[in-house]
Structure formats: structure tokens, C-alpha cells
Ligand binder design. Structure first.
Ligand SMILES: [Fe+2]
Length: 236
């Protein structure tokens, strides 16, 4: 598994049993976020008593049992055991009452940019192994834009990727549309803090295809993570 860190302000820190933890963490909106690499059969114990969102990016976890590209919130059982070599992204909720969703960023050298009115994202993306990760904040009731990544994936210069989102603060929905207009909505998946949506991309002729979709913030506004797994060896 490629776990090379390409973000200049971040490094792996060795822990016991071959476990690696990215350092420094990214702190914003009451969360501290870190990548962790856990070799097969090894167990990482989480310090403290905070709620932790565990996002499995690659590999397989035995405890908590977790599918790749899904997440779970850990509160009481604070041990993570890898079934296969695993790359996880941890969001430690140090201040669940945080109201300021788009707050200052510390730890890593990132800044907020506003690529479209009311849509903010962190820049540059974090890069570890095949993953690119960033945070988005959308103002209340904002539709982040209906797209299908077909033109082709303008922010990744044609590289194919599998995308998914994890809610951190506020609420939102992953919405699917038949066409590139709001009136053709046919499905929405509500996202509360600590939730990801089921994957909705599929591979056709070596291209990752998406339905028309948009992230839509609720009346609270929304802070969420966007994960992009770059895929090089696509199976038809
Ligand atoms: Fe998308």
C-alpha cells in the first residue's frame, strides 16, 4: 500500500507495532484530524475520551468492523484493529459544541479559499498515497453545484478518482439529479456529523462515471470532508 505523504507540512511519526500517525494534525472547527497507518493484525489505541470519526480509506478493519470508504464514530471502544494493512483518517472531536464551522486552521499549512460564492474549501489538498483530501464549508442552504465530473475532472486534470464525503459539523445532503438542474432531483441522502454516503460512482470503459450530483447544505450550513481516491488500474 502506498502511504507516501506528498503534503510538505506533514510527516509520518512512528508509533509502536509499526503504526504510523501523521504529524502535525490538522486542527479546525473543534476537530483535530490525522491519517494513521495500521499494519495487518496490529491494534491502535485512541487516547483520551473524545468522540472519534474513523474513516477507512484503504484496507480492512476487524475492530470496529468497517468497510473501505465508510466511517464509524468511536466513543467507548477505543481500539482499532487492522485485518489487512489499513490507511485510516481520524477526526478527533475535541469540542463538539463548536459553532464556528469555517474557523482558523492550525497545525498544517492550509488556507480557506472561496472558489464559488458561499462555497469555501481548504487549499492545497492533503495528499497521502492515492488519496487527496480537503475540507469544504458551505453557507446555509447552499447548493454546491450540480456536476458529474465528466469534463474531466477539472480540478484533477483528467485523473480518474472515486469521491466520497464525510459530514463534520452541521447537516447536509448528497443529492442526485437526472439532469443538470435542480428540478430533476430523484434521490437525497442526509448527512449528519460522523456520516458518509454510500458510494455512487461506477467504472465504465476505464472511466469513473458519476450521476449528476451536488452536496447541498441544510439551514445550518455545513462543514464536511471530501475524499478523492485516485485510481490508476481500473477494472472494466
Ligand atoms: Fe462530486
Amino acid at each position: 500500500m502506498d502511504i507516501t505523504i506528498k503534503s510538505p507540512s506533514m510527516n509520518w511519526k512512528e508509533a509502536a507495532n509499526g503504526i504510523k500517525i501523521s504529524n502535525p494534525g490538522l486542527t479546525t472547527a473543534g476537530y483535530t484530524m490525522r491519517f494513521a497507518y495500521i499494519p495487518s493484525g496490529k491494534t491502535m489505541s485512541l487516547a483520551g475520551n473524545q468522540r472519534v470519526i474513523v474513516n477507512l480509506l484503504n484496507g480492512s478493519l476487524a475492530r470496529p468492523a468497517l468497510e473501505e470508504k465508510d466511517c464509524i464514530t468511536v466513543v467507548q471502544n477505543r481500539f482499532i484493529t487492522a485485518e489487512k494493512d489499513s490507511l485510516v483518517f481520524l477526526c478527533i472531536d475535541e469540542n463538539p459544541d463548536t459553532k464556528d464551522m469555517k474557523s482558523a486552521i492550525s497545525g498544517l499549512d492550509l488556507k480557506w479559499i472561496e472558489p464559488a460564492h458561499g462555497c469555501f474549501r481548504t487549499d492545497p489538498k492533503l495528499e497521502v498515497g492515492n488519496y487527496k483530501v480537503n475540507l469544504w464549508y458551505l453557507i446555509p442552504n447552499k447548493n454546491g453545484g450540480i456536476h458529474n465530473h465528466a469534463d474531466n475532472q477539472d480540478h484533477n486534470e483528467g485523473v480518474q478518482f472515486i469521491e466520497f464525503h464525510t459530514q463534520l459539523r452541521g447537516k447536509g445532503c448528497m443529492v442526485k439529479y437526472k439532469e443538470q438542474k435542480e428540478s430533476t432531483e430523484y434521490e437525497r441522502f442526509e448527512l449528519n456529523p460522523g456520516q458518509s454516503h454510500p458510494l455512487f460512482s461506477k467504472v465504465e470503459n476505464n472511466i469513473v462515471k458519476y450521476p449528476w450530483h451536488a452536496y447541498v447544505a441544510s439551514e445550518t450550513g455545513a462543514l464536511f470532508l471530501v475524499f478523492e481516491e485516485i485510481v490508476n488500474n481500473l477494472q472494466k
